[in-house]
Design a protein around this ligand. Structure first.
Ligand SMILES: Nc1nc2c(ncn2[C@@H]2O[C@H](COP(=O)(O)OP(=O)(O)OP(=O)(O)O)[C@@H](O)[C@H]2O)c(=O)[nH]1
Ligand SMILES: [Mg+2]
Length: 318
């Protein structure tokens, strides 16, 4: 299961109370004030972690409460500060306050962090020669965690176009492949090497169809995961295996991207014609090229043909 949006509740710890205490012995007629300060309550901190890839951990665990600071005690002893509660989220997560509707932080870089609830300060003990005070309360916040995966390249196309096949051939990603539509049900990331060095991260997303931007099929729910990419590869089944026309496919996906967001539509796009190993593909490609008048990379993801040229074109664009 892939989860990219969750609501959580966080509450920081309360500060410990300051202590009211007087030391007295047979030589001291008036007691000496020696009440220690209270400890700080726990902060709640959200940290981006590159080892985390989904918000799935929050499916059952949505409440994060910090411990209270310990109370101060006599003999000038300070109460212990409570340790912070650390919540790890994938890079690309946005933290939003649901009560004020304000975005607290976009956590894009590994280890970037934000304190979402500050622990209460401890109260003062009476050792400061005034009445001991209570610790401050913690704060409670209702937050929305919203994940947009961070990839350099997104691959879009109709179901069955061969997106997952392509990504499994060129990267370390293991995306499910099968001859039926909507095999891929959630986004998968993979790292692609170029000249034996890791060069870019590619995202496989579920197939798009006419009306995806209005919610048909798996809808546009996953398109947000290519919002942060720099280049989009549009993969087309040139064999027309499923009975659709490549040119139609191209135009439909183009429209869906435009409907979904101007930003995605404006990204540099590379067109790749897949399944060139099948009969009729070469002829279809000829007609297709004449119609769109753009550079088209002819490949066969299955037979590993033309993949190097495509990778090189992507690297150049990046
Ligand atoms: N002949 C041939 N078959 C291919 C090629 N690429 C993919 N296929 C086949 O096409 C079918 C669909 O491939 P997938 O990679 O699952 O397609 P997809 O675009 O990820 O599909 P969804 O996840 O449903 O959107 C599978 O049966 C693949 O084996 C190719 O280059 N040549
Ligand atoms: Mg797929």
């Amino acid at each position: 299961m892939f989860i990219d949006s969750v609501k959580i509740t966080v509450r920081s710890g309360k500060g410990g109370d300051g202590c009211q205490s007087f030391y007295r012995d047979k030589y001291t007629r008036r007691g000496i004030a020696d009440g220690g300060d209270g400890g700080r309550g726990a902060d709640i901190i959200i940290i981006a972690d590159r080892h985390s890839h989904s918000l799935i951990d929050f499916k059952y665990n949505r409440h994060f409460f910090g411990a209270n600071g310990a109370h101060g005690s006599g003999k000038n002893k300070k109460g212990r500060d409570a340790s912070s509660v650390v919540i790890r989220v994938p890079c690309g997560s946005t933290v939003k306050d649901l009560d004020t509707d304000c975005v607290l932080r976009d956590l894009n870089e590994d280890q970037e962090q934000v304190v979402v609830a500050k622990g209460g300060e401890g109260g003062k003990g009476n050792k400061h020669r005034r009445e001991a005070t209570k610790g401050e309360p913690g704060e409670e916040r209702h937050l929305l965690l919203d994940l947009k995966l961070i990839a350099d390249v997104g691959v879009v196309g109709f179901p069955n176009a061969g997106k997952s096949t392509l990504i499994s051939q060129i990267s370390n990603a293991q995306s499910k492949i099968a001859a039926y539509p909507f095999t891929t049900k959630f986004p998968v990331l993979g790292v692609v090497n170029y000249k034996e060095e890791p060069a870019f991260v590619v995202a496989d997303i579920p197939g798009l169809i006419a009306g995806s931007s209005q919610g048909r099929g798996l809808g546009d729910r996953f398109l947000r995961h290519i919002e942060k990419t720099k280049v989009i590869v549009h993969l087309i089944d040139m064999s027309a295996e499923g009975g659709r026309l490549p040119l139609e496919d191209y135009k439909i996906i183009d429209k869906e991207l435009e409907f979904y967001s101007k930003e995605i539509f404006a990204k540099p796009r590379i067109i790749a014609a897949n399944k060139m190993d099948l009969e009729g593909a070469a002829e279809n490609l000829k007609k297709f090229k004449q119609a769109v008048k753009k550079k088209v990379y002819a490949i066969s993801a299955l037979k590993k043909q033309g993949l190097e040229g495509l990778i090189e074109a992507i690297v150049k664009r990046l």
